[in-house]
Design a protein around this ligand. Sequence first.
Ligand code: SF4
Length: 689
Amino acid sequence: MDVKFVTTTCPYCGGGCSFNLVVKDGKIIDTQPSQRSPVNQGKMCPKGVFGFEFITSPDRLTTPLVKDKATGKQRPATWDEALEVIAENFKKYKPEEMAVISSARCCNEDNYAMQKFARVVLHTPNIDHCARLCHAPTVAGLANVFGSGASTNSFNDLAIADLVFIIGSNNFEAHPIVARRIMEGKRKGAKIIVCDPRNTPTARHADLHIQHFPGTDIQLLNCMMKYIIEHDWIDKEFVENRTKGYEDLKKCVTQDKYSVENTAKVCGVPAESIMQAINWLHEYQHKTAFVHCLGITQHTVGVDNVRSIAFIQTILGNIGKPGCGVNALRGQNNVQGSCDMGALPNVYAGYLKVTDPAAAKKVAEYWGVDEVPNGKLGLHIPEMLETLEEHPDKLKCLYLLGENPVISDPNSKAVEKSMENCEFLVVQDIFQTETSKYADVVLPGSCFAEEDGTQTNAERRVQRFRKAADAPGESKLDWEIIKMIAEKMGYGKYFTWKTSEDVFDEMRKITPQYAGITYAKLDGDGIQWPCPTEESKGTAILHVKEFAGMPEGKAQLAAIEHRAPAEVVDSEYPLWLTTGATIWHWPSGSMTRRCKQLDKDCPTAWLEISPADAAKYGLVDEEKVTLYSRRGEVNVNVRITPNIKEGVLFMPFHFIEARANLVTNTAYDPVSRTPEFKVCAVNIKKMEA
Ligand code: SF4
């Protein structure tokens, strides 16, 4: 019997827990948490414990599939045939007729390879990835205020803060290992505030729960800033020396409409709760950490929500210090890294702007090509899907890595139409998905346990994936597949990597934040970027002395008004719907629902409804209803619970048989283009017998 232990990193949330894969006779049979990891300190959540079971699922793709011209059905093909079909078709289209979607499930090396492929081989600026659906507002919002779109502090800071202010994050379910660090602080006496429309497990552990209506975050934060400013509780020295735009912010938030009384009405919460939160912000100034997640970002005002959080922390002087900061809990395992790699339509690797001619020249010279797409932004995912749906003559070809937009994106029926309209669709994944069924070519990729690579967690910690087993059948590493297509299309000389480390080394030389990180250095506990030199040990806290990416090194404050969500309740659709994750599953469920234990613990979707609303509709617990909006409908069992506010419904988004995204809204934030998953107007009706 041959047993080995391979240390790697979790492929689910942005926590980045480290664990050993237990490999027996070449097969992964278990996981064991890493005791020494500074992230998880020997602990893991159910996804870490049981979430490896999908690796050996019989459903894994093992060979390329090509759509047969005669039957219109996909059939197994050789790699050579699949690559031939792809190269022949990719060559037919103009760059603006093509788009590429990369994946935060995949490692940094795959994402770097994918954005290079889009820009060098397809010459298209249309490259994006699933951060668009979750934390693009964090990147845009924090970059706007601080000059860097990443979390300012580390998980360690959450354990030493005196006050943790959680807004729009159910981290007990979505990032349990981070919740554990927060509870470490609570056991030492720290206070926890949770602002969330649901009484989540996270809220139930809080000292104060503000159960505000979805979409009222800016009203709440402006109100708190008004009181802090009017009572002279700001950090005057910090504001004077390290910020610009304070007077604009002050003029805005001190308007009467942001009074505690009016905010209590707009948000639907007791004024006393708001006052308690403000008093604690004052009492624990310079030792307060803010934590946010998708409850803040998935709104049409997502970028401004994030900026408002950054503003309140800035005027309190809670930036650049231990136990403080703005801590964005990245949704998927490698959202941070995929953004860092430049799998985005507005930046190359290292956040070099595509609109900056000097940056474009630098990238082109580094890659040894005449030019890379530059000057204007490429299409973001919602624009790609919209164009495919409404103008299929303009966008005709999509190359999609590790994403399942039919489940993950809002208004599923419209996404299905986009996929149907796509003239040539290539999907590279580890399973057949609801999206890959539309593909002309399906390519079998690999998962985290089958590759060497790196990923970057929510605290900017770069850590290793290590190969523990071979990918099944003829599956290949994702960057290898990208390289094979490039070679087939005559661009092999730009893709000469032989190992994952070769890809990483090419990437770090053009990505200043990663310049000093090497695979050898990652053999320890990972390194938090920026790590500018090989001597550097990385950086745990950003903006200690200045906001390096900003003019004059100062944070930019501004006026931001509260705005209502894109769709508001009315007599026809009188209920707010909000959506979210559970502790057992991960986005579209393609991996976790193939893990026996996780699927057994949480086999299907449900709709949370308050006892008052259930009574209004005459519903009993577990009764099946039709949930409907202006876009579609879905049948689901109700769960009557006092944990949801009257007038609000909640539904998890992982389940193909009850797709929450059949009803969600495609309206998106004008800056980040992130859809408003977190709030839309709906109604319910009893199922007809
Ligand atoms: Fe850790 Fe997140 Fe993985 Fe759970 S899902 S084990 S919290 S990284």
